[in-house]
Design a protein around this ligand. Structure first.
Ligand code: FAD
Ligand code: EPU
Length: 341
């Protein structure tokens, strides 16, 4: 455990932004974290980093970045139907999902291949292909920076929503998530109605459905749609899909009718509608757009990309232009999903 100075962050964020951190340290336990917080008590700003796959550095970081590398995967309890597995915040998410899939513990297979680490998954209640972690979340332990105590949070305490949790709202910046416990199914329940999963399974000629096959189908779909951060810098969806009320939705439909467009939508319930941000952005002409090294991905307009040497500001400015044009054309405000630093 060592505090480094002036660390280049390009390898620590999947947008591959070349910003610097004034101080940087890794920790593998809460004891190490406590020591680091003590050493750095006069450094005013602290940032906890996982895999860096949902973050955009728009400037150098003048405080200390603490990279959470707490390891460990442990089965802590089980009964006839469920297994309770605790994973350290620093465990790579996809490796953890594969561990569960290989043991036939069901619930995480639809969340295969999402980059990042276990500790960040509750932050925005990660989701994909019809499943969110709130569906299998049991509890987490987190350390309060100031009060120096470990607190347990149940799913209720976390206030999970669509790409939301209490850690992004009221408790923002206050806790370091140390570990997360999931309750997984020994008798898996399959979720294959979302999007292209069924189609993909058919192509794979799967006769006896199992969670490994679902995981493989999801991996295949994701690889065909999303840019691999190893090749093109990105942080997945840059914005959330907007969720709007019925009246606003009807107004949007009228705007679209006038322009001879038919917006795709998902009815959450009678009064709430979700419209794909990727569609809105594509209709504004941004898909495949590139300005210097900042771009809007050619296969998925919701993903902004760094073709090499874009700065965080280049990406952020592009996101501003995109959001303004969507607002002007459709009257819809896009909210960023990515954490801006
Ligand atoms: P980081 O980027 O390191 O951190 C994200 C935020 O959480 C930061 O604010 C950070 O300060 C905070 N944080 C991180 N760890 C901790 C901790 N232990 N305690 C307290 N705070 C912490 N997301 C989805 O939901 N669904 C998807 O399908 C999806 N697909 C993606 C595809 C690609 C190609 C990419 C690049 C990203 C995708 N994402 C997706 C976004 C991202 O992978 C997830 O949000 C992921 O959970 C972020 O994990 P991380 O460890 O990289 O977090
Ligand atoms: N679409 C377009 N043009 C585009 C992209 C999308 O028209 O360029 C429209 C299409 O109608 C498509 C619809 O948008 O059917 C939905 O697209 P897609 O299935 O690719 O999913 P998404 O809504 O863009 C969301 C999540 C992803 C998650 C996938 C799969 C958000 C913000 N994003 O994307 O999560 O992997 O669904 O479940 O909810 C992330 O959060 O980083 C992320 C990648």
């Amino acid at each position: 455990m060592h505090v480094h100075q002036n660390i280049f962050l390009k390898e620590y964020n999947t947008f591959r932004i070349g910003a610097y951190a004034k101080y940087f340290a890794q920790f593998r336990s809460v004891e190490e974290l406590k020591v680091l917080l003590e050493i750095q008590k006069n450094t005013p700003s602290k940032l906890i980093l996982g895999g860096g796959s949902n973050i955009l550095f728009t400037q150098n970081y003048e405080g200390i970045i603490l990279k959470n590398e707490i390891p460990g995967i442990d089965i802590i309890a089980e009964d006839e139907n469920f297994v309770y597995i605790k994973a350290g915040a620093g465990v790579n998410w996809h490796n953890f999902v594969q561990y569960c899939v290989n043991h036939n513990f069901g619930g995480l297979e639809n969340l295969s291949l999402i980059p990042g680490n276990v500790g960040a998954t509750p932050m925005q209640n990660i989701g994909a292909y019809g499943v969110e972690i709130k569906d299998v979340f049991y509890e987490l332990e987190a350390f309060h920076h100031e009060e120096k105590v470990i607190q347990k949070f149940t799913a209720n305490d976390c206030e999970f929503g669509y790409r939301e949790s209490i850690f992004k709202k009221n408790l923002k910046g206050q806790f370091v998530i140390l570990n997360v416990t999931f309750r997984l199914n020994k008798k898996p329940v399959f979720h294959i109605s979302y999007g292209a999963i069924e189609e993909e399974l058919e192509k794979m000629h799967i006769k006896d459905l199992n969670i490994k096959a679902i995981s493989n189908a999801v991996i295949h779909i994701r690889k065909s749609k999303l840019p691999d951060p190893e090749l093109i810098g990105n942080a997945g969806s840059f914005f959330k899909n907007p969720v709007i009320g019925k009246r606003h939705f009807q107004e949007t439909q009228q705007i679209c009718e006038l322009q001879k467009m038919d917006p795709p939508f998902f009815k959450i319930h009678e009064d709430l509608y979700k419209i794909p941000a990727g569609w809105l952005i594509e209709q504004c002409g941004w898909k495949g757009f590139r300005k210097k090294d900042a771009g809007c991905y050619e296969k998925q307009a919701l993903v902004l990309v760094n073709y090499g040497n874009a700065t965080g500001k280049d990406i952020f400015n592009l996101s501003e232009e995109i959001a303004i044009s969507v607002k002007e054309k459709f009257g819809i405000t896009l909210e960023r999903e990515v954490n801006i630093v």
